[in-house]
Design a protein around this ligand. Structure first.
Ligand code: NAP
Ligand code: ZN
Length: 343
């Protein structure tokens, strides 16, 4: 079978490898689709630790082609998505239910072979069933949506809340939709690309701001701004220093800031502790998808969360190394790798 393998940092190739055989408690899944995520590029560049040689790809769905022994409840032909994050279940964090903070966290597509391939081996504990009639490609959004759900859960958005979302990539555009679904009446997206702002407004954003055209803090918090005094909730989805800095300044007193965007390790942002204290701000980090992937799958299967407009293009495995190792094209949101596409 074919697989896109990270042989070492900076070396990503389409290779011919043995088709894997599922062991006890494992499924052999024929990959239907696997999304390219910024983390894949970080892995390629060595900015995020991995265990090469390894097949990348952690946002996948597909059909069960074979089942190993001890796989109750699973059968050939079922459609599944994978929760890539494998926890140990034994450490202090797991025992406290904080599984995303597992001390022995491992991930499919990072530490063991993932979904940029014809097949992946998926432990049944990581498998989530999807309807067989789901639109092709939509299953790849379960993992990113599950990460967004965790962040939106942490934000405790209530009916009538006001929300600012910083960054209009796939994460920001999913968070905009989840914020509306959670009951927010105002959802303002801040992002530079006009096409993404327009799309956000069709997906539920009540307003959008181009941070290059005007100061977004002023545009939101000023007396005559979109949310005078600031937002109840600010969700940072860009992962850049400037937006992290802006996020606390856009929150109203007593408000909540959730950092979903990943900034490069070691990079710093200036924040005024007096402001956090005096205005009683809550600043929370949200990491991956603890117990949220089933809900994400249901939200996608029901069509309540719209993912089709987020798909920029579909490519075959042959084009994947090039697409993974380069920054996204301007305006591009999500690129899907579809192994069955002729390349
Ligand atoms: P992305 O496409 O890179 O999205 C970030 C967007 O932020 C860009 O598309 C860009 O759009 C916008 N942006 C950049 N600078 C900005 C600025 N100064 N002001 C406003 N917007 C700005 O990536 P993504 O896939 O959506 O992911 C977003 C972040 O979430 C990444 O850091 C990713 O690593 C992280 N993430 C976290 C988790 C988690 O578990 N916490 C899970 C998945 C991903 P414009 O060009 O339109 O400005
Ligand atoms: Zn653990």
């Amino acid at each position: 079978m074919k697989a896109v393998r990270l042989e070492s940092v900076g070396n990503l190739f389409l290779c011919e490898v043995e088709k894997p055989v599922p062991g006890p408690g494992e499924l052999l899944v024929r990959i239907e689709v696997c999304g390219i995520c910024g983390t894949d590029r970080h892995l390629f560049l060595g900015e995020f630790p991995s265990k090469p040689p390894v097949t990348l790809g952690h946002e996948f769905s597909g059909f069960v082609e074979a089942v190993g022994p001890e796989t109750p409840g699973f059968s050939v032909g079922m459609r599944v998505t994978g929760d890539p994050n494998i926890v140990c279940g034994r450490c202090v964090q797991c025992q406290r239910g904080r599984i995303n903070l597992c001390e022995n966290l491992r991930a499919i597509g990072i530490h063991r072979d993932g979904g940029f391939a014809d097949y992946v081996v998926l432990p049944i504990r990581q498998a989530i069933e999807l309807p067989v009639d789901l639109e092709p490609g939509h299953g790849a959004f379960c993992e990113p949506l599950a990460c967004c759900l965790h962040g939106v859960d942490m934000a405790e958005i209530k009916a009538g809340s006001s929300v600012v979302v910083l960054g209009g990539g796939v994460i920001g555009l999913l968070v905009v939709q989840l914020a509306r679904l959670a009951g927010a009446t105002s959802v303002v997206l801040v992002t530079r690309h006009e096409g993404k702002r327009q799309l956000a407004e069709t997906l539920g954003a009540t307003a959008s701001i181009d941070p290059n055209a005007r100061d977004p803090i002023e545009a939101i918090t000023a007396r005559d701004g979109l949310l005078p005094g600031g937002a109840d909730v600010v969700i940072e989805c860009a992962g850049v220093a400037e937006t992290v800095r802006q996020s606390t300044l856009m929150a109203r007193s007593g408000g909540t800031v959730v950092v979903l965007g990943v900034m490069p390790r070691g990079e710093k942002v200036e924040i005024e502790p007096f402001d956090i204290l005096f205005r009683e701000l809550k600043i929370l980090g949200s990491f991956i998808n603890p117990f949220t992937q089933r809900r994400a799958a249901d939200l996608i299967a029901s069509g309540v969360i719209k993912v089709e407009p987020l798909i920029s293009r579909r490519i075959g495995l042959k084009e994947a190394p090039e697409a993974i190792s380069h920054p996204p094209r301007p305006g591009e949101i999500k690129v899907l790798v579809v192994p069955c596409l002729p390349s």
